[in-house]
Structure formats: structure tokens, C-alpha cells
Design a protein around this ligand. Structure first.
Ligand SMILES: [Zn+2]
Length: 428
């Protein structure tokens, strides 16, 4: 299959700015050419008119819990620990695989519609999530969340997580990769972390976890161990494998050095952190310190939605306030966090994240013919500061079209929403 996207404005990678007019050629699953000024020749199976559109690398949501779309609007306006212990954990005890499958499809539709092409997810019933990802056509790094409140739970939790990795890593034509996910330093003891790290090394998969999300959890770890959560994990040898650390809100200089030294990625989740009043992650400091910073939505239960266009804008704006410097995290850097830095966090930095020949053809187009994107002085700045998720009208992954002129190709939106409304009744 050869596809030509003709005459779009193109952001091949955020640090190169915008090519005002280019032809982009996709061959099979990869980009084959970016022809500045247009005029790509040859035979094509499909030609897509890109005039009046902006084409950019697919957005990467590096931390979410897809099926928590089920809990959207169920419990809001609470602090994290009360939200988890009083609302979410009790509701999760009634979850079935069927719930997770359908609400994953719902989340996938939401992500496609707002320009996400790859994501990292940890949750339960991950076989159902993987099935939904396979059908939807997105790319994902998936893992069972491991929580072992008592020692007898350690073995079965790790066994289930390992079985999932062995069954699903590399499936769906390679679009699905697997990870291991001890939930957080405050929910998993040293034995879980040591065993999970050894297992990650053996299976050659990353660890995806939560780190330093709230001040309370960091204070408690310091009181109990004399160390910050990042120092504590380092002491257990966890950073000997690739680590994706969601949140990283309360980080010391030393914590930033630890992440940078071990090439770990931090995932900034601005909406979730703001809504739960957890604080603002030191994004500019982490980037300056050499940490790879990606962006994520976290689950729709805490964040309200799965819209990476919105997260990118918030990340850029919040970093300026946090650093008290309007030059902190310029638009191109924020977009880099949402694209190739996200791909790097998922361990796919050489495969994804830019529109360049040889890279996997994951991409997104927004229509520029909107009042809030007019007059178009700088389409990259417009994308970060002015665009909305709903401006996305084309999405492809591995050269396969998933959204064309605003129409979903792989999923039946009305059927998914109808089933989700039915299933949600049990949780009211
Ligand atoms: Zn999370």
C-alpha cells in the first residue's frame, strides 16, 4: 500500500518547525519520503488531499488507565487518597473483563479522535485491553498494575503480570508491547520491587509506575526510610531497567539526577495533577537536568478526559508558571514532549515520534480552517496554544488509516457508547 498525503503543512519533528507545503509518502507501515514544496511522483493506492491541513507525528499518551473512562464523572472534587480508597478501589472490586473491554474501546475512540496514536496503560484485565487495542489499531505499551497489600499476594500478582507479558508482548503486528507495573512505592514493598525488576530484566521489558505524585506519599516515605521515593527505588536497583515514572510532581534535585543518570522517563500528567491538587511537576528543571519528559493524561476518572492536545497546551503553560519564566517550555519543546519524547519513554525512540523516511508511519492531521486557528502565522504555535482535540480529522498508525475526514474506520462509536452506558448503570 502506497499512500500520498498531498500539500499539507508538515511538522516533521518539532525542533525543525513547520514545512508550509509538502507531500508525504507512506509505503506499507513506514514513511518513505517528505517532499518539500510538493511534487512527489509515482503510483499511489490512495491520495489524500492535505491542503489546509497540518500534519504532525502522532501524539503519545505515556501514562493512562484506559478503562477508567468508566469512572468519568463518578467521583470528583476529592483528594487523591480519599478518591482512591473511598470511591475508586471499592468500585474496581466490581469490575469485570467485559467492563474493561468496552470502556477501553471507548477510551480508544476518544484517543483516536484527539490525535493519540500510541499510549502506555496499566490496569486490570489487561487481556481485554489488549484485545481492544488490537481491534482499534493503535499502538500501546500495556501492563498489569501490581498491588500486593499482603505478602501472600506477591507471587500471584507477579505471575499474572508475567503471563500477560509472555502472551502479548509483540502481538497485533508488533503494535502491542508489554511492561511490568508495580503500582507505586507506597503500594508495593521492597520484595515486589526486587522481584519485578529481576523479572523485567529477564523479559527485557520496562517498568511503568507512579512516582512522587503527592506530597503526603513523599513525606511518609522520608519519615519511614529517610529517603525520597526515587532514592528508595534506586536503592532497590529498580533503575537498572528502563523506567517510566508517571507524575514526578515532588522531585528534589537529587531525584532529578537519579532519573537522568539512569535514563528513566518522567511522565507529566498536568490535568490529573491539577484536578487532584497534587502540585505542578518541575518540567523545565527535569528537562534541563537531562530527564526525558513525556506527557500523559492519567485515567479519565481523575483527569476527566484523554485529550493529549489539551495536555500539551497545559504542559507548556504550567511550566512557565512553575519556572516563573514565560520562556520555559516553548511550544516546540512541549510538542516534543508529546511526540518523540513520549515515543522514547515507551522504548520506541528509534521507531516513532517524527515524520522522516524509515520511521513508522504514525501521524495526525488537523484542519486549519477554523476561526481559532486563523490567520495561521505559526501553525506549530497554533497547534500547541490554540488547537482543540476535535480539530483532528485524520489519524493513521503503521500506515493504516484509523480516522478519515472525522470518520472512524476501525470502531463503531455509536455501538460502543450504547454498550458503555448499559454497563455503567451497575456502578451508580
Ligand atoms: Zn496513573
Amino acid at each position: 500500500m502506497r499512500i500520498l498525503i498531498r500539500g499539507a503543512a508538515v511538522i516533521p519533528r518539532p525542533d525543525r518547525g513547520v514545512i508550509p507545503h509538502a507531500d508525504v509518502v507512506i509505503e506499507g507501515r513506514r514513511y518513505a519520503a517528505v517532499v518539500e514544496g510538493g511534487g512527489a511522483g509515482g503510483e499511489f493506492d490512495r491520495v489524500i488531499d492535505g491542503e489546509g491541513h497540518l500534519l504532525f507525528p502522532g501524539l503519545v499518551n505515556a501514562h493512562t488507565h484506559l478503562a477508567m473512562t468508566l469512572f468519568r464523572g463518578l467521583a470528583d472534587d476529592l483528594p487523591l487518597m480519599r478518591w482512591l480508597t473511598e470511591k475508586i478501589w471499592p468500585a474496581e472490586r466490581n469490575l469485570t473483563g467485559e467492563d474493561v473491554y468496552w470502556f477501553s474501546l471507548l477510551g480508544l475512540i476518544e484517543m483516536i479522535r484527539s490525535g493519540t496514536t500510541a499510549f502506555a496503560d496499566m490496569y486490570f484485565f489487561m487481556e481485554e485491553v489488549a484485545q481492544a487495542v488490537d481491534e482499534a489499531g493503535l499502538r500501546a505499551l500495556l501492563s498489569y498494575g501490581i498491588i500486593a497489600p499482603t505478602p501472600d499476594r506477591i507471587e500471584p500478582e507477579l505471575a499474572r503480570a508475567e503471563a500477560f507479558v509472555r502472551e502479548w508482548d509483540g502481538k497485533a503486528e508488533g503494535r502491542i508491547r508489554a511492561a511490568l507495573s508495580p503500582h507505586a512505592p507506597y503500594t508495593c514493598g521492597p520484595e515486589v520491587w526486587r522481584n519485578a525488576t529481576a523479572l523485567a530484566r529477564e523479559l527485557k521489558v520496562p517498568i511503568h509506575t507512579h512516582l512522587a505524585e503527592t506530597k503526603e506519599e513523599v513525606d511518609r516515605m522520608r519519615a519511614e526510610t529517610g529517603r525520597s521515593p526515587a532514592e528508595w527505588l534506586e536503592g532497590l536497583g529498580v533503575f537498572g531497567v528502563p523506567v517510566i515514572a508517571a507524575h514526578c510532581v515532588h522531585m528534589t534535585e537529587k531525584d532529578i539526577e537519579i532519573l537522568a543518570a539512569h535514563r528513566a522517563s518522567a511522565v507529566h500528567c498536568p490535568t490529573s495533577n491539577l484536578k487532584l491538587a497534587c502540585g505542578i511537576a518541575p518540567v523545565a528543571e527535569m528537562l534541563r537536568g537531562g530527564v526525558n519528559v513525556a506527557l500523559g493524561t492519567d485515567g479519565a476518572g481523575s483527569a476527566g478526559d484523554l485529550n493529549m492536545v489539551e495536555e500539551t497546551r497545559l504542559a507548556a503553560i504550567l511550566a512557565k508558571q512553575k519556572a516563573e519564566d514565560p520562556e520555559a517550555l516553548p511550544a516546540a519543546e512541549a510538542l516534543a514532549c508529546a511526540t518523540w519524547r513520549g515515543a522514547a519513554a515507551l522504548g520506541l525512540g528509534k521507531e516513532l515520534g517524527t515524520i522522516e523516511p524509515g520511521r513508522r508511519a504514525d501521524g495526525v492531521m488537523v484542519t486549519l480552517n477554523k476561526p481559532h486557528l486563523c490567520p495561521g502565522h505559526n501553525p506549530l504555535a497554533d497547534l500547541v496554544y490554540s488547537a482543540q482535540g476535535a480539530d483532528v480529522d485524520m489519524v493513521f498508525v503503521d500506515g493504516r488509516l484509523l480516522l478519515v475526514e472525522g470518520e472512524l474506520v476501525t470502531l463503531d462509536e455509536a455501538a460502543v457508547m450504547a454498550r458503555c452506558r448499559e454497563l455503567a448503570r451497575r456502578f451508580r
